[in-house]
Design a protein around this ligand. Structure first.
Ligand code: 26Q
Length: 790
């Protein structure tokens, strides 16, 4: 890098864009100028990558969510210029950390599914796999969260307030998306995905919705301002905001419009460039495109491609179907019934009537096939795509693609043998497992530079950053006291850094010498933050009874957003905050335990939390968490797991050893066995300490501000509700086991060197969980695309 020229470029951008010299510029202006300067240096490689990719088959990731987080620091690292730029900035009297911290997170996703998409983008670039992401450029991402008197408050996320230096608006590539009674423009914004250790630069293309016409000039002239901008607003509503929901499905019209909007735009974009290259030879389409559907959210792509091929390109139904099935594949991310997407046919008829017709035809022909196979009437009913006035998107997805995959071994097994059993019998060759992964760049090299440097030193090479299985080489240091102590030293440093950050952001002081016990993920009943809360309360009461109990001082840290309409989840947040209030203000106890619920947990907060954790909470009800990926981020940063036998936890302990983690609770088979006769009351009455903690929900220990939230929680556990049985997630069943496991953690932690060994074993065996491995599996086994070096 020519640092002199780079400096000049930054100064020039500051002057042209903000009319300021560097000494007067604000941090966000410096951030923008620096980012734009970096953009300038990569454009040629970006073009070249596209050119090389265009010669062969490419893959496309259609996702309603991309939870990208911040770009600057990660991009500098991936380009290999982080240290150089840091120095350049120092010479300009700028601290790179201040500039990094000013960047807003790009929060265009809810949680795991959106973050997985982001990790896949990074991994595809690093491994030279031709993958392009397609999605929506929401003007507002996932809401910002704060707490007021312990209650969650949501605020709009205005991530574009300082501009978006990492995207380029591609007016020339705009397409028109047609709804039944409305047409809108879809404008692509392209963001470079910079590969680590390669010149390849992949692309994330997100569409913004705009009206065909900016506003009605006539109306404007006749003073009817509101009317004049109405159409503009209506169009822009489509990409205005991300639905802040995960795991429960709401059949909202705008949500359907969002789905069709980006899917139709993406397919039109692909068909247009295909025709430029190959004319009307559509039999070649599948040889140039593999399209992955990220859950059912983009599954309308199946009938939309059919519509384009049949209605616009005049192919026969059979030809179009063959191309469609060969092109698409589908990933399932959930086992929760309530999260299986279904759409009312009336909504489809109204919003996208021509697509509805195709869905109907697909279903008709499918029913005919099942009839020929002599399937019973009941079975056909249970499998047909349209049933009782609703379109079952997961069924359409399995039938209309050549591959369906789960996201961890256990999850895929449950799909094959339980949830999707009939489908597995119909299409046995279509079902595959692709265990999730995380990018080692952001989740170790970038967020834990101290540990990374140490690993590189020990291994004598930094090739683990692109070949994570190389971490296995760390195992040979398992009895090396110097190494183990150095690891503990680094962990301590990361904990101190986190403590400073939490103090600044939450105004709570925590002790970096205490054990950091962390649960960070979306708030959901099945993830059982409530079990954690009960565990803490139980420990508190035991300490009150007997202050002599010799425990390692512990700081319990939570981070989670609750969907705004998910009242029970919000009740759990309030409950944990009440517990925090009680414990943190109890002078007799607060040197032993402390509880912090951090506000606005997001990717950039995660980057500070994962490296600082001593124990990782992965305590979902067995069978409910499809995979989890936070569990992998902890593991990679040397944090043992306390967890159930669920999702990817199973594979984590397979790799790192059960003896280096803390597994507890009912397994899937047991849950299956007890679920119909489960009586939480019996546990409540008989398990020591359980009643005492559960009753705090109703006995006046805590105040829910007269919302009735706590009583509702209590009833959900003991009485159930119309839509579920009591203690639907088996918290009472696992309570005692969880306490035992926590006691084991406490005991194990006291033996510092032995603890460090567990940590080291987790790092050394995290290789499997690189998203590079996952992406290469998708490329080879599903997409049939090959790496291509630009
Ligand atoms: C659907 C319809 C309407 C509104 C919102 C939604 C919606 C949005 C997001 C439904 C579900 C989601 C997100 C699901 C999700 O994040 N699932 C997680 O996916 C991860 C990646 O595979 C897994 O590791 C997690 O186990 C799984 O919970």
């Amino acid at each position: 890098m020519d640092t002199k020229e780079f400096k000049i470029t930054i100064e020039r951008i500051l002057k042209t864009n903000y009319g300021k010299s560097i000494d007067k510029a604000k941090d966000y202006e410096k951030y923008n100028a620096l980012s734009k300067a970096v953009m300038g240096t990569i454009i040629d490689n970006w073009d070249k990558t596209a050119e090389v990719y265009a010669k062969g088959k490419q893959a496309y990731y259609l996702s309603a969510e991309f939870l990208m987080g911040r770009a600057l620091g990660n991009n500098l690292m991936n380009l290999g210029i982080y240290d150089e730029v840091k120095k350049v900035l120092e010479e300009l009297k700028i601290n790179i950390n201040d500039i990094e911290e000013i960047e807003e997170d790009v929060g265009l996703g809810n949680g795991g599914l959106g973050r997985l998409a982001a990790c896949f983008m990074d991994s595809s670039a690093a491994t030279n796999i031709p993958l392009t992401g397609y999605g929506i450029r929401y003007s507002h991402g996932l809401f910002k969260q704060s707490f007021k008197e312990g209650f969650q408050i949501e605020q709009a996320d205005n991530w574009l307030k300082y501009g978006d230096p990492w995207s380029i608006r591609c007016e020339d590539d705009a397409v028109i998306v047609e709804f039944g009674d409305e047409k809108v423009k879809a404008i692509p914004y392209d963001t470079p995905i910079i590969g680590y250790g390669t010149n390849n630069i992949n692309k994330l293309r997100l569409f913004k919705a705009e009206p065909l016409q900016d506003f009605d000039f006539e109306l404007f002239n006749s003073q009817e301002y509101t009317e004049a901008v109405k159409e503009k607003n209506k169009a822009e509503d489509i990409s205005r905001v991300l639905y802040p929901n995960d795991s429960t499905v709401e059949g909202k019209m705008l949500r359907l419009k969002q789905q069709y909007f980006f899917v139709s735009a993406a397919l039109k974009d692909l068909v247009r460039s295909f025709k430029k290259q190959h004319g009307n030879s559509f039999e070649l389409f599948k040889d140039y495109h593999a399209i992955q559907l990220n859950d059912t959210h983009p599954v309308v792509a199946i009938p939309e491609l059919m519509r384009i091929l049949i209605d616009e390109e005049k192919l026969s139904y059979d030809k179009a179907w063959e191309i469609t099935v060969a092109t698409f594949s589908y990933t399932n991310h959930t086992i929760l019934r309530e999260a299986l997407e279904e759409w009312d046919i009336e909504l489809y008829k109204k919003i996208i009537p021509s697509v509805y017709k195709i869905v109907k035809e697909i279903d008709k022909r499918f029913i005919r096939i099942l009839g020929q196979k002599k399937y019973s009437y009941e079975k056909i009913n249970s499998m047909k795509i349209i049933y009782k006035g609703r379109i079952r998107m997961a069924w359409l997805a399995i039938h209309g693609t050549h591959a369906t995959n789960g996201v961890a071994e256990l999850h895929t097994d449950i799909l094959k043998n339980q949830e999707l059993k009939d489908w597995y019998e119909l299409y046995p060759d279509r079902f595959l497992n692709k265990t999730n992964g995380i990018t080692p760049r952001r989740w170790l090299a970038f967020c834990n530079k101290e540990l990374s440097a140490f690993i590189t030193e020990l291994l004598g090479s930094d090739n683990w950053i692109t070949d994570l299985s190389a971490l296995k080489g760390l195992e040979k240091y398992i009895d090396d006291k110097v190494v183990l102590n150095k690891f503990l030293e680094i962990k301590q440093l990361k904990k101190e850094q986190l403590a400073v950050y939490i103090n600044k952001n939450e105004k709570i002081e925590i002790d970096p010498n205490s054990l950091f016990d962390i649960q960070i993920k979306r708030l959901h009943e099945y993830k059982r933050q409530l079990l954690n809360a009960f565990g803490i309360l139980d420990l508190y009461f035991r300490l009150k009874e007997n202050p002599q109990i010799d425990i390692v001082p512990r700081t319990f840290i939570f981070g989670a957003k609750a969907a705004p309409g998910y009242l029970r989840a919000k009740g759990i947040i309030k409950f944990v905050n009440e517990i925090a209030n009680l414990i943190n203000n109890d002078a007799e106890i607060n040197n032993k335990i402390k509880v912090v619920f951090v506000q606005n947990y997001r990717v950039s907060y995660g980057e500070k939390l994962f490296p600082a954790a001593d124990i990782s909470e992965q305590i979902s009800t067995a069978g409910k968490e499809a995979s989890g990926t936070g569990n992998m981020k902890f593991m990679l940063n040397g944090t043992p797991t306390i967890g159930t036998y669920d999702g990817a936890n199973v594979e984590i302990v397979q790799e790192a050893g059960e003896e280096n983690n803390f597994i507890f609770g009912a397994r899937v088979e047991e849950i299956e066995k007890i679920k119909d006769t489960y009586s939480p009351k019996e546990y409540y009455e008989t398990v020591t300490g359980l009643k005492r903690v559960v009753d705090t929900l109703i006995d006046g220990t805590f105040d829910d501000g007269d919302t009735g939230m706590f009583e509702e929680l209590y009833n959900s556990l003991l009485e159930g509700a119309s839509w579920h049985s009591p203690d639907n997630y088996f918290i009472f069943r696992d309570f005692a086991d969880y306490r035992d496991a926590q006691n084991k953690v406490d005991k194990a932690y006291k033996d510092r060197l032995n603890w460090a060994k567990k940590c080291l074993m987790n790092i050394a065996n995290a290789g499997k969980f690189s998203s590079d491995r996952t992406i290469l599996e998708y490329a080879k086994e599903i997409w049939k695309v090959e790496a291509k070096q630009a």
